[in-house]
Structure formats: C-alpha cells, structure tokens
Design a protein around this ligand. Structure first.
Ligand SMILES: C[S@@+](CC[C@H](N)C(=O)[O-])C[C@H]1O[C@@H](n2cnc3c(N)ncnc32)[C@H](O)[C@@H]1O
Length: 301
C-alpha cells in the first residue's frame, strides 16, 4: 500500500489546468465549444449560483468561500450574475500561481474578495463566518490510500471505516479517499454548508441517458487518474454521504450532467453510441459526454 499526496505538486509546481480538462473550464464561457452540449448556454459558475440560490444557500448578504478555485472561472461566472447578493467571497488555494490568476480573474470584484493561501485540511477546522463552501474538482486531489488490503487496513482508514460504517470490498486491493472523507468530517464539525463536485467511482446515470452507462461501474471504488506531475483519484460519493448522515446533515445531489443541463437529444445519443465523429463539434461533444458522465455533485447542509 502507498499513501498518495499532491500537496507538494499544488504548492510548489506551476500548475497548468488545461492538461486536466475540468468541467468548470470546459464550460467557463458561453463561447466555449463544449457549450453546444447544453440546453442553455450558461457559464458553469452561473449554473452553480442558480442551484445554490434555488435551495436557499445563496441569499442577500451571504459569505461564500471557494476552495481550490483553479483559474477563478467558477467564481467569475457566479459573480457575474450573483455579485449583488453576496457580501464577501473568500478564495482559498494551496497554489500561489493559481491564486494570482484568481486575483486577476476576479479583479472586477476586488473590494469583496479575499485570497488566502492555505491547505484546506488545516483551514477547514478553523473556518468561521462562512455561509457556504464551494469545492469543485479539488477533493480528488486530497490524500488517498492506494492498494489497501481489506483485512490489513492502516489505523486511520480502519477508524474511519468503522466509525462511519463505510462499505469496502470484501477482497482484493482498493484505494480509499482518506483526505476527502476527513474533509467532509471537518465540514460537518464546522457546521458550514458545502457544494462538492468531482469525478466519482459510483456515478449516477443522468435521467433518460441510460446509454451513458456503457463500460462504467456505478458501484466502484476509487480509480487512479494519472495526470501531468501528479495523480488524482475518483471519489466514492457514498462514503461522503455516510459521513454527512452520521453527523445529522442532509445531503442531496446527482449527476453533474443533469445539473448543467446536458441535451438529451437523439444527436447526443448517436454521437456517444456510434463514436463516429465526422466533425470537430461531434468530437468535442463525445469527449465532453465521456468526461462528464462520471461526475457527481453533492450538497451537504
Ligand atoms: C483540479 S484543480 C480544480 C480547479 C477548479 N476548481 C476547477 O474546477 O477547474 C484543483 C484545485 O485545488 C487546489 N488544491 C489542491 N489541493 C489543495 C489543498 N490541499 N488545499 C487547497 N487547495 C488545494 C489546486 O491548487 C487547484 O486550484
């Protein structure tokens, strides 16, 4: 077994998110080519803002914190529509380079935005005066136990599995999202509401898009994703939900494809099932569908 960390990579390396193809960046602008996959051309941050407003988590005078905001695109899209509602924004990131880019992207709202360089694992337990935390595609970067044997769990993993009654496979090796589980534990202790989105190892198939199930395990354990200079892991969302429920929190969420409003047209079905792309647009849509079908989102409150 091996303890995997991306701390040094994010803190010290000049990160390039273009190599990671995040959903947030694919849908950062209405002019983005991937927007052709959506019913409505709306930037990702504005979609998240709309959902948070609808469920009462964004309201007049609230304070929002985003952890691991990358290029600042989610918060830019959110502020473009919801800035008048929000009193204060706190951007927390481990990467000094990405914080500089966030500062640039959010220049227009500089009077209400504060930037903090910190590790979320150290900051979350002492976070105060925040109404909602946004954690988009960063939880898969947190510490992960790789290649655990179910009968020989290290003490920290065994304690979490026992305390929160987390399912683990009966045999064979598996990876365990120890950092993500601990972060959700910390969110629940702090009492703040949270929106989390990430690649999942137990994805939910979007309504009416059963064909996206092809070759996908919907009850799997985390998978390693090798990226430039580091590796991240898909997240077992059922583990996060078990932790939240243990703490008496309510959870709701689903397929990210449903949240962003991916078109459910015959054309999309054809592109995915035939995998024959005659045009650049079809190739982009296929790549986007193949990517987003693994993503889940979750609100804990
Ligand atoms: C994969 S990027 C996602 C960026 C953006 N949220 C998006 O969806 O495009 C992960 C982000 O989390 C930050 N990050 C990684 N580990 C972190 C940690 N322990 N504490 C705070 N930020 C962290 C990275 O620097 C980066 O901004």
């Amino acid at each position: 077994m091996e303890y995997m960390r991306t701390y040094g990579y994010h803190k010290y390396q000049p990160i390039d998110l273009m190599t990671e193809l995040t959903v947030c960046e694919s849908l950062a602008r209405t002019s983005s080519l991937s927007m052709a996959a959506l019913e409505r051309r709306k930037p990702y941050g504005a979609i998240i803002g709309e959902m948070l407003t609808a469920c009462g988590l964004l309201y007049q005078g609230c304070t929002v914190c985003e952890i691991g905001g990358g290029y600042g695109s989610l918060m830019k899209g959110l502020l473009e529509e919801y800035a008048p509602l929000i009193r204060r924004v706190v951007m927390v990131d481990l990467s000094p380079r990405l914080l500089r880019l966030q500062r640039k992207a959010l220049e227009r709202w500089k009077r209400k935005v504060t930037f903090i360089q910190a590790d979320v694992m150290e900051l979350m337990p002492v976070l105060s005066n925040i109404d909602v935390v946004i954690i988009n595609e960063m939880i898969g970067d947190l510490d992960t136990w790789k290649d655990l044997a179910p009968s020989q769990l290290p003490d920290d993993a065994a304690a979490l599995v026992l305390r929160y009654s987390l399912e683990i496979p009966p045999e064979g090796r598996f990876h365990f999202n120890v950092g993500a589980v601990r972060l959700v534990e910390s969110i629940c202790r702090t009492g703040v509401a949270a929106f989390i989105s990430e690649h999942s190892s137990d994805p939910v198939i979007p309504h009416g898009m059963e064909y996206l199930r092809r070759g996908l395990s919907t009850d799997g354990f985390p998978r390693e994703i090798l990226l430039k200079g580091h590796a991240e892991f898909t997240i077992r969302f059922s583990h996060l939900e078990s932790v939240a429920r243990f703490w008496g929190k309510s959870c709701f969420g689903g397929a990210l494809a449903d949240l962003v409003g991916v078109r459910k047209s015959p054309k999309m079905r054809f592109i995915f099932t035939a995998r024959a792309c005659a045009t650049d647009e079809q190739a982009i849509l296929l790549e986007f569908l193949d990517h987003i079908r693994e993503y889940r989102w979750l609100v804990i409150r």
